[in-house]
Design a protein around this ligand. Sequence first.
Ligand SMILES: C=C(O[C@@H]1C=C(C(=O)O)C=C[C@H]1O)C(=O)O
Length: 328
Amino acid sequence: MLIRQVNSDTVRILSQRDQKWYKSAPDNMTYGVFSKFQKSEYQVFIIAQEDYNFTYKNTNSTPKELLNAVRLVDAEEQKRYTNLVAKAVLRLKESSLKKVVLSRKQSFQNSKSDTEILTDLLDAYPAANCYFFYHPKVGKWVGATPEVLVQIDGVKLKTMSLAGTALYQENEEHIWGKKELEEQRLVTDFIIHNLQESGADNIQESDVKTVRAGKLIHLRTDITATVNSKDKNMFIDALHPTPAVCGMPRNESLDFINKNENYDRSFYTGYLGMVDKGSASYFVNLRCMELHDDQVDIYVGGGITALSDPNAEFEETLNKLSTMKKLV
Ligand SMILES: C=C(O[C@@H]1C=C(C(=O)O)C=C[C@H]1O)C(=O)O
């Protein structure tokens, strides 16, 4: 497993010599975790039998083709997805469901090598958390995620509420609509409530800010807290899945997703992380794709509320799709 965190030059690789599929890891070791959206299905632990890091300086010359926008409309898929969103909007208007995150995957041919994809990823997304994961029994995934699930260093915990999406426009301050502001507030409230329930102290939230992720922008609140428990997993369980990838209330949205999304999210909207003695960093697996021999599956989604417009939600998935499509 390889990770380069936001705006860092250091690429870290944890590698396991054997091909075993570890289902847990002792806490005094350095290890990586790669988890499905529905964690009860499974998690993979990478035991760091080797632990390397190297400096990767961005070339400052992102290849031109990576900057081009690509629009990847598939008419059938548009119809299917907008119908799904319309069904969710009806449910959101008629029930106690407040938000549900819907998603889809689209497949493309790929002729690039893993190394080409990885170097293009590191060049194109210095401001994202870039990762590459491979396990012979699990598969090969790559992504550039803007979202931290949770970082714990000693007693300090950091997390974020990230939701709401718009296109980045140079020299223009975006005015966010009610839908985005409300759906992001919902995520913040959920995180704060669940941290309180888990016994975290001194919970602080920043002002809401607009942050850039490639050609997209999102709303983000940074949240910090003090934690005394040594059990990092407790905080992951408290936070994952947040309403940034699932919905609100959690069980109701999960039920809607399982009954209506009609495909397997697999590791998309799950999380990945590295745990190193006293510290742990976990990221939400977004803006990601699964690599097969000559095909890739790109996963994208977005938060739906009663105020959502199905066509605008489809556009949002297209914009997110191009993040990874540029790399293959
Ligand atoms: C679900 C995704 O992203 C999440 C949904 C967002 C939204 O609905 O605006 C924004 C950021 C993420 O929390 C994705 O990128 O696939």
